[in-house]
Design a protein around this ligand. Sequence first.
Ligand code: CO
Length: 145
Amino acid sequence: MKTLRALLLFTLSASAVADCELTIDSNDAMQFDTTAMSAPASCTQVTVTLTHSGTMAANVMGHNWVLVKTADMQAVLNDGWPAGLNNQYVKPGDDRVIAMTDVIGGGESTSVTFDTSGLSTDGDYTFVCTFPGHFSVMKGTFKLT
Ligand code: CO
């Protein structure tokens, strides 16, 4: 009985952690494979892993995953483009950025882990690729549920 209970607790906590780990793919057609992501509010931290299933290089068809308040998106993009690829197309030290990965090219993957303490369940968040010109297609909603 003790063993069963320990096993059950382990299984429950393992699935809770799994809910806090999200994946999203991108490709050579300038697309993410989802436009809506969410994580339970019980996650103190969320890890997002971005993959790029294409073959094009980061300087040609690069993608990153950048989380912002929706209201901040355009300003973050405007400041990010001139920052260039060396800065992942994000202005260094931009405190409007909640979380961000590096820009990756085809065949690569990257991940970011961030605290949810600054997020709220009624917040309006957007994830976006800040590579120049990609935001029109490569974006989606992020919700803490
Ligand atoms: Co992109």
